[in-house]
Design a protein around this ligand. Structure first.
Ligand code: ATP
Ligand code: MG
Length: 229
């Protein structure tokens, strides 16, 4: 399934975007407010409440960062496509960073990067792509699933492929995964904003590449990022 940007007016898109961000900000903000009010009551342990409030604020900052990053991307190609970055060190870093979470989720991760491979992206952007793909597998593939990230030349292009054999998504959802704020029916109860793959798409597009999501041969999800070589 190839990704095709949906039609609709820019104003409509902007309005729904703003509404969704406001909604996602309001929930943690309300929790912070409740925690602060509780801390003022006599006989409560403010330290624990402050710690909880700090976590909520961190979540808010992450969302704001993602939104700012996305709008930065949308204003210009040069923000992203400057420079060239070796893929292997970044993948190794992300693998280390997410290894523990993957173990807890019982998802086996493997990584295979062509030696010396570079991509026309700044390090932060490349990291963003790899992180999002691995994190999604850890979150959604389900226990006993395997995930493999491979990067290398394929038929005159450079491909980053993220494949798992986990829960996957129904075929009719595949087209929508790259939309901002889109989350699958099955995962709505879990934390997440639905921005990860939208960001992946923008970064890859900005580097002149394209993205697609398909059912993997193992019945899970495959996300492919294809760059001109
Ligand atoms: N490996 C996967 N297996 C099954 N479903 C997936 C996988 N990766 C993504 N999805 C589905 O695609 C949706 C969109 O993913 P995306 O990364 O854009 O958002 P998110 O993970 O929900 O939130 P965020 O990344 O902003 O924290 C997910 O909510 C999930 O339904
Ligand atoms: Mg995600």
């Amino acid at each position: 399934v190839h990704d095709e940007t949906a039609g609709g007016s820019y104003e409509e898109l902007r309005a729904s975007f703003t509404a969704a961000v406001s909604h996602d900000l309001r929930t943690p903000l309300a929790r912070v407010l409740a925690l602060l009010e509780t801390a003022l009551l006599p006989g409560t342990d403010p330290r624990q409440l402050v710690e909880q409030a700090r976590e909520e604020v961190e979540q808010i900052s992450e969302l704001v960062d993602d939104v700012l990053f996305l709008s930065e991307l949308e204003t210009g190609r040069e923000v992203v496509s400057l420079g060239s970055t070796r893929v292997e060190p970044i993948v190794r870093d992300v693998a280390e960073q997410l290894g523990e979470r993957a173990e807890r989720a019982d998802v086996a991760l493997t990584f295979q990067v062509e030696e010396g491979l570079e991509l026309p992206l700044r390090p932060r952007m490349l990291r963003m792509v790899v992180e999002n793909l691995v994190e999604n597998a850890v979150r959604y593939a389900g226990p006993r699933a395997s995930f493999a990230l491979t990067a290398g030349h394929e038929n005159g292009t450079v491909v980053i492929s993220a494949v798992d054999d986990g829960a996957g998504v129904p075929d009719e959802e595949l087209l929508r995964l790259f939309e901002r704020f889109y989350r699958g029916d099955r995962v709505r109860a879990s934390r997440g904003t639905g921005l990860g793959l939208a960001i992946v798409k923008h970064v890859v597009n900005a580097a002149g590449g394209s993205v697609e999501a398909l059912r993997s041969s193992g019945g899970g999800l495959e996300v492919r990022c294809v760059f001109p070589s």
